[in-house]
Ligand binder design. Structure first.
Ligand code: SAH
Length: 351
């Protein structure tokens, strides 16, 4: 058993089964044994890789989209340039490099990062050396001013609750003990399920996931953007509405048993973009990542970068371009949600 498995087993033995959300939160962010608190999980040597780590083109195009949106809104200054869950800081570094030439953008930008992991905060500090950066203790600390915000693979890491319908009743998926080991189970029937269209018209075997932990982020960014202007780009895997059981564990680039090694595997669930958009209360655009990047001109940018590459570097550049955009790779399972103030023009990239 991992140290965290022992802690969780003792807790469950003492006070009973815990929800999937509690399990996920402990596994990812336990102060001593949490997955994110204890490691840098990204890259070839880690457990998974992400779009900004695959190619600089991702951050460049997202950065230029935000900058265009900022120009379209009259170049307000000062403004917050924020990122949720910035990983190694690669996306923000690419955004800042790509927007250097946008007059007034850097002078007006106050960079604010929200990061729960001390390990990754140190990586961000190293990557963004020379940039004036503040780390927010909480999303509510976002200043009262225009907000331009990015989040890539942040919302999939927030804890979800999962509900199962057996034809007659809803029950919540729990983590309990069987023979001393962690095991999945179901709660007693639930009386009041969350108020969401996903729970209407249930069929036997129907599974619904909800992520109440996402709502405070949407609430605050929605309020800042409605009041002061701005835009947010949220990129993740998932869809419009919930899509059954999507809870999964990843270890060393392969699917793993989510209960086998708590704290040592990444746990995620698909993102319900409809719930995010509803929580923000803003105008929105929604696109598949591949189509979005293509509309922003990734093919031209890729050709430009390819011109100065040869051999293995050129091969891997072509592979990265394909990986970000092709529908058999990240192009269609990943989506982009653009949120902006009603009445302002949408950020570019949304059809
Ligand atoms: N955006 C980066 C990293 C994605 S991994 C990239 O695309 O490469 C998820 C990131 O969210 C990590 O930085 C992780 O530490 C952070 N994170 C997860 N849960 C969080 C929470 N509740 N609050 C703040 N940061 C969190």
């Amino acid at each position: 058993m991992t140290p965290l498995a022992q802690i969780l087993a003792a807790r469950i033995a003492a006070t009973g089964p815990i929800t999937l959300a509690e399990y996920m939160a402990e596994c990812l962010l336990h102060p001593l044994h949490g997955y994110y608190t204890t490691r840098d999980p990204l890259g070839a040597a880690g457990d998974f890789t992400t779009a900004p780590e695959i190619s600089q083109m991702f951050g460049e195009l997202l950065g230029l989209t935000l900058a265009q949106s900022w120009l379209d809104q009259g170049s307000p200054a000062p403004f917050t340039l924020a990122e949720l869950g910035p990983g190694r800081g690669t996306l923000m570094a690419d955004v800042l490099r790509a927007t250097r030439g946008v007059p007034g953008f850097h002078a007006g930008a106050q960079v604010r990062l929200l990061e729960a992991s001390p390990t990754l905060r140190a990586a961000q500090q190293a990557r963004l050396q020379g940039v004036s950066v503040d780390w927010l203790a909480a999303i509510t600390d976002l200043p009262d001013q225009p907000l331009f915000l990015l989040a890539n693979e942040f919302f999939d890491a927030l804890p979800i609750h999962q509900f199962h319908h057996d034809g007659a009743q809803w029950r919540e998926r729990l983590v309990g003990l069987r023979g001393g080991a962690l095991a999945f189970g179901l709660s007693d029937p639930i009386r009041g399920v969350p108020d969401s269209p996903a729970f209407s018209d249930p069929q036997p075997g129907h599974v619904v996931e909800v992520c109440p932990a996402a709502q405070p982020y949407l609430h605050v960014l929605g309020q800042r953007i409605r009041q002061h202007g701005g835009a947010a780009l949220i990129v993740d895997y998932g869809g419009w509405g919930t899509s059954g059981d999507t809870f999964q564990a990843l270890r060393r680039h392969a699917y793993a048993d989510p209960l086998a090694e708590p704290g040592l595997a990444d746990l995620t669930a698909h993102v319900d973009f409809a719930a995010l958009a509803a929580g923000a209360g803003l105008a929105c655009g929604f696109a598949e990542q591949g189509a979005f990047l293509t509309r922003l001109g990734i093919d031209a940018r890729a050709a430009r970068l390819a011109a100065s590459l040869t051999g293995a570097a050129l091969e891997s550049h072509h592979a990265a371009h394909r990986r970000l955009t092709h529908r058999d790779e990240m192009g269609s399972v990943f989506k982009v949600l653009g949120l902006y103030r009603p009445g302002s023009p949408p950020p570019p990239g949304f059809a």
